[in-house]
Each structure stands twice: as C-alpha cells, then as structure tokens.
Design a protein around this ligand. Structure first.
Ligand SMILES: O=P(O)(O)OC[C@@H](O)[C@@H](O)c1c[nH]c2ccccc12
Length: 250
C-alpha cells in the first residue's frame, strides 16, 4: 500500500459525500418559471410543530418531483426541530443544491456546513454586525460555499450590497415580532435596483408565502426566486403547490 493510493481513496471518499449537482446560483438562473427553493423544517417558533405527515426524505423527494430548484434544510434543533444528520443524508443523494438554514454566527459553523455537505449557507445580516458580515461572507465563499445573504431593512440591504454575496434574500418576516409583510419585498426590490443597476445578484423573497396569489405578487416585484417553507410543509402533496407556482410564473 503506497501513500498515494491512500490519498486517492481519501479523495474518492470525500467526493462521494456529495452527489454531483450544480450551484444554487446556476439553479436559480436556469429555472423555467420563478425558481422555488423549498424548505424542510419540522417546526417554527411562530407556528409550533408543522410537519405532521412525512419523513424528511419523503418530503425531499416530493419537492424535487414538483420542480424545486433547490432545497433549504433547517438544521437548528431547539426551535425548528431540525438536525445536521438530515442534511448529511440528503446531501449524499440530492440532485439539487442544498441550502443549510441555521443561525450562523461563527466561522466554525461554516466549516461544519461544508462537512455536512451543504452547497450554500444562509447568513442573516442582522446577526452579523459591522465588519463581521463581510468577513463571514468572504470566509464562506473562500471555502467554496455559496451564500444566501438575508436582509429585512434598507440599511441591511445596503450593507449586503457591499459584500461579495451573489444571492440576496429579502425576508418578509420581521424576526423581532414574527410579523409578515410581503410589501417588504416590493420596497426592497425598488431600493436594490437603485443601489445596483443593472442588478447583478439573484434576488430571493423569503417567508410568509402562503398562496399562489402571494407567489404571483412577488413575481411581479421582479424577484428571481421564492423560499417557501410552511405553505409546503403543511401540504401532504407539496409537489402540486410547487408545480402550480412554476407553471403560473413561466
Ligand atoms: O415558513 P415560511 O414562512 O415559508 O418561511 C421560510 C423561511 O423563509 C424561514 O424559515 C426563514 C427565513 N429566514 C429565517 C431566519 C431564521 C429562521 C427562519 C427563517
């Protein structure tokens, strides 16, 4: 046994950790209609337990079947009932990019995300003050992780535009009181186009999407993608809801 054979075997092992697939940015760009990023979570602080029917694997299959371009896996355990293990398992088989959804505040969690097989991570601007925001975005990109950078206020959007993040998420939910307002997306898209013209980043509207009408409204605001959780998790046949959104926004 030579050292080079051991190294070759190790390389193959690392490669097998993750099924081959494209990047989140590519997946959003090549969507037929509005790109749908479908979320897997068992519970949420505002709603309590929401998953009542499917295992994460079964739900995942239905999301892909329905045409979700990517899947968001919430790994936070105490408030959302998520687990790192679910992400690791899905990463081994997923044909679509996986976003790790957690509360990432330390570089150590970026390494952890990589090791769990995430393709992209959610970073929340309001949790990363001052220079820490750019530092974390740069660190993630350096490691080969894509970043969905979440904002909720004009000030956060300005800060986000000063980082190299290529995908920006506009959260319609105010994380302080959990209230939802889809017009946040409308206002922030107007501002985004003023700050960067033409807009070079992919824009995602997140949270509170609970009907086809909501999706159509957000499409009219000019976003590239929707991140949808509860509306899909509540459905036993989420593939139909995804298909409907994709078909009606083509
Ligand atoms: O279930 P909803 O309302 O469709 O939301 C999904 C997703 O946007 C939401 O889980 C989310 C977006 N950003 C967050 C930050 C923390 C916790 C949760 C979130």
């Amino acid at each position: 046994m030579t050292l080079s054979r051991i190294v070759e075997a190790k390389k193959a092992e690392i490669k097998r950790m993750k099924a081959p697939r494209r990047s989140l940015k590519e997946a959003i760009s090549s969507a037929r209609g509005l790109a749908v990023i479908a979320e897997i979570k068992k519970a949420s602080p505002s709603r309590g337990v929401i998953e009542r029917t499917l295992t994460p694997e079964a739900r995942f299959q239905k999301y892909v079947e329905g045409g979700a371009v990517a899947v968001s896996v919430v790994t936070e355990g105490n408030f959302f009932g998520g687990s790192n293990e679910t992400l690791r398992q899905l990463s081994a088989i997923s044909p679509v990019p996986l976003l790790r959804k957690d509360f990432i505040i330390d570089p150590l969690q970026l390494y952890e995300s990589l090791f769990l097989g995430a393709d992209a991570v959610l970073l929340i601007a309001s949790l990363l003050e001052g220079k820490k925001l750019s530092m974390m975005v740069e660190k993630a990109l350096e490691l080969g992780l894509e970043v969905l950078l979440e904002v909720h206020t004009p000030d956060e959007l300005k800060r986000a535009m000063d980082t190299p993040a290529r995908i920006i998420g506009i959260n319609n939910r105010n994380l302080k009181d959990f209230s939802i307002d889809l017009r946040v997306t409308q206002r922030m898209m107007d501002l985004a186009r003023k700050l960067e013209n033409p807009l070079k980043r992919k824009m995602v509207s997140e949270s509170g999407i609970s009907s086809l009408e909501d999706a159509l409204f957000l499409a009219s605001c000019g976003v590239d993608a929707l991140l949808v959780g509860t509306y899909l998790v509540e459905a036993q046949d989420p593939q139909d809801r995804i298909r409907e959104i994709v078909e009606r926004t083509r």
